[in-house]
Design a protein around this ligand. Structure first.
Ligand code: ACO
Length: 328
């Protein structure tokens, strides 16, 4: 088919909140946070900045990296759990901001697995009779808009950021696709362990929901931890088996950057600890932006070359999980 990733970009807010800052806000310590999560600092968007603003900058950077203009884009997909509004979709706001004509736009919500869900969706729509030629896939999150800064069990975990990718089908049957193999899955039985309880149609916003802090992230940490490890390991094993690729042939493994202990456990079970890319210490959990930020860093720092095999894996609220094997 000839579907390749031809451009990458990211946007990281300037402001840094480190563990010392958090020590002044809640009863925690740098030692606890680093030992339990591996996070040292996270970047925080200011009050004027929304997810579409973060997405727009990443999209412009990806277009520039690809060497194409916005009018050449046929479809925009934004993965986010922090859309600017219930509607319109964040992707439509990005389309307006970058001047991408009237291409179709939609948001995808699969929490931290959203970017891999979006890659799968884009690849499917490009390979189908719809025949989209160039697609912008974006993961953008202002996670701090969902954080309760008085809840020490969650506020230390999250940060803001975005990443964007231009996919292009060059129409050349001799060009290998970037997409080698993938798996996307979910278990709705675990929907309640990671949830923002209010603000949707189940519990619309009221004074009571605000007073009860029901608009913030509620998480069963240890249960999420366990499910994260098993789901990502199984998904990676399935993808490697489907593709016939040995773990030895992987150049980089990019797990969702939620917690270094989760990443270490997954890498140990797969037997590829030396191949893991880590930046959770600098950004915390940026949900569906996290794998994308890793990929953009690797690309821009020249750490991946054409043909390299990259295994990405994620898990998130839903629970959703996914793994994808990419040939660069
Ligand atoms: N500082 C100090 N102590 C803390 C903090 C903190 N920031 N947070 C919790 N504690 C305390 C708890 O109160 C508890 O104290 P207690 O024993 O007196 O009751 C103790 O530390 C242990 O708490 P646990 O929750 O058992 O700690 P655990 O080792 O499981 O680590 C953590 C917690 C880091 C949240 C871990 O469970 C985890 O990473 N889970 C996965 C979370 C995740 O990855 N979520 C991503 C999904 S995001 C999405 O999809 C949108």
């Amino acid at each position: 088919m000839g579907i390749r990733i031809i451009g990458t970009g990211r946007c990281i807010p300037d402001k840094i909140l480190n563990n010392d800052d958090l020590e002044k806000m809640v009863d925690t310590s740098d030692e606890w946070i680093v030992t339990r999560t591996g996070i040292k600092e996270r970047h925080i968007a200011d009050d004027q900045t929304s997810s579409s603003d973060l997405a727009t900058v990443a999209a412009k950077n990806a277009l520039e990296n690809a060497g194409i203009t916005p009018d050449m884009i046929d479809l925009i997909i934004v993965s986010t759990v922090t859309p600017d509004h219930a509607f319109p979709c964040t992707a439509a706001i990005v389309q307006r901001n970058i001047g991408a004509g009237n291409c179709p736009c939609f948001d995808m919500e699969a929490a931290c697995s959203g970017l891999l869900y979006a890659f799968n969706t884009a690849y499917g729509m490009m390979s189908s009779p719809l025949g989209y030629k160039r697609v912008l896939v974006i993961g953008a999150e202002k996670m701090t808009s969902l954080v309760d800064w008085t809840d020490r069990s969650t506020c230390v975990l999250f940060g803001d950021g975005s990443a964007a990718f231009v996919l292009e089908n060059d129409g050349n049957p001799d060009t290998p696709d970037f997409y080698v193999a993938g798996e996307v899955a979910a278990d709705g039985n675990a929907a309640d362990i990671l949830i923002v309880p209010a603000g949707g149609s189940r519990n619309p916003a009221t004074i009571k929901t605000v007073e009860e802090k029901q608009h913030f992230i509620k998480m069963g940490g240890p249960k999420t931890f366990h499910l994260a490890v098993t789901s990502m390991v199984n998904a990676c094993r399935n993808v490697l088996e489907k593709s016939g690729i040995s773990p030895d042939d992987i150049v980089w493994a990019i797990p969702h950057q939620a917690n270094k202990r989760i990443i270490d456990a997954v890498a140990a079970k797969l037997g590829i600890p030396e191949k893991v890319y880590l930046n959770v210490d600098r950004y915390g959990n940026t949900s569906s932006a996290s794998i994308g930020i890793c990929l953009d860093e690797l690309n821009r720092e020249g750490k991946i070359k054409k043909g390299d095999l990259i295994l990405a894996a994620s898990f998130g609220a839903g629970l959703t999980w996914a793994a994808m094997l990419i040939r660069w």
